[in-house]
Design a protein around this ligand. Structure first.
Ligand code: MG
Length: 256
């Protein structure tokens, strides 16, 4: 699930009466998402994190670098394994797909808290794009005989169809999408165990050996949290982490 970025400067501006702010608060939603980032850019107060994520060379290189490593790891893992018996688990948002347009719109409107209805309208728009390297990585997993299981905290059932259609439309190859069933199901452990121990009957998948986890949040990896990021040696070996400075489970960690 995406949590809009908290922008202190924007919060200060929220009550002022400049034309830009009036427009931002009066515009109907959903807006024309094609102009979200250019509207924000024209106003000149986009966060540095969002600018880095959306337009920097470093973001593209970092994603491609991570997916190159992920590709090497599945090529190694596939050796000696029977096709159809193993899987990669990947998160969706800011791992396979890019929702930074929604982030632009959120900053443009000075939204500082998550709003499920707004997020659902973005999900329904099916406008998330593929992140660099994600499509070719998904193709490699399938070609080598692996299954790509998307485990996301978008919500089932309301987001399932749009998420599947969005992924398919941009060329992400996948075998199943396991979403959260609600507020009490944000921890992905149950779904990780389902893939490994029980399989996914709806997708006609047996229990699968998970050879790699890919995600942008520490909680995309089994049992890891902000307080316990586990064995660093597993990253680049069993886990591949993608960079997301725009939002995450780190947001409420106190500065020190
Ligand atoms: Mg994510």
């Amino acid at each position: 699930m995406l949590r809009p970025f908290l922008l202190a400067a924007a919060a200060l501006l929220a009550g002022c009466s400049t034309l830009g702010v009036e427009r931002a608060t009066e515009s109907p939603y959903p807006p024309d998402f094609k102009t979200s980032c250019s509207r924000l850019d024209a106003r000149g107060d986009a966060s540095r994190a969002l600018r880095w994520y959306r337009v920097s060379a470093e973001q593209k290189v970092a994603y491609r670098q991570a997916y190159q490593r992920a590709t090497q790891l599945v090529e190694q893992a596939a050796q000696g394994r029977t096709p159809g018996t193993w899987a990669v688990i990947a998160d969706a948002d800011e791992t396979l797909i890019d929702n930074s347009v929604f982030e632009c719109e959120s900053q443009f409107r000075h939204w500082t808290t998550f709003d499920d209805a707004r997020w659902t309208q973005w999900v329904e728009a099916r406008l998330a794009t593929a992140l660099p390297g994600a499509v070719s990585f998904s193709e490699v997993v399938r070609k080598l005989g692996g299954k790509l299981i998307v485990v996301s905290n978008r919500e089932a059932p309301k987001h399932l169809q749009a998420t599947r259609e969005n992924l398919a439309a941009i060329g992400i190859q996948f075998d199943a999408v396991l979403l959260s069933t609600g507020a009490k199901d944000r921890d992905k452990t149950r779904r990780f165990e389902q893939v490994q121990k029980r399989g996914i009957p709806d997708a006609k998948l047996p229990p699968l050996a998970v050879v790699l986890f890919v995600g942008d949040n520490i909680k995309d990896f089994p049992d890891l949290t902000q307080a316990n990021s586990g064995d660093p040696g597993r990253f680049g070996r069993d886990y591949v982490l993608l960079p997301n400075p725009t939002y995450g489970s780190w947001e409420r960690t106190r500065l020190r």
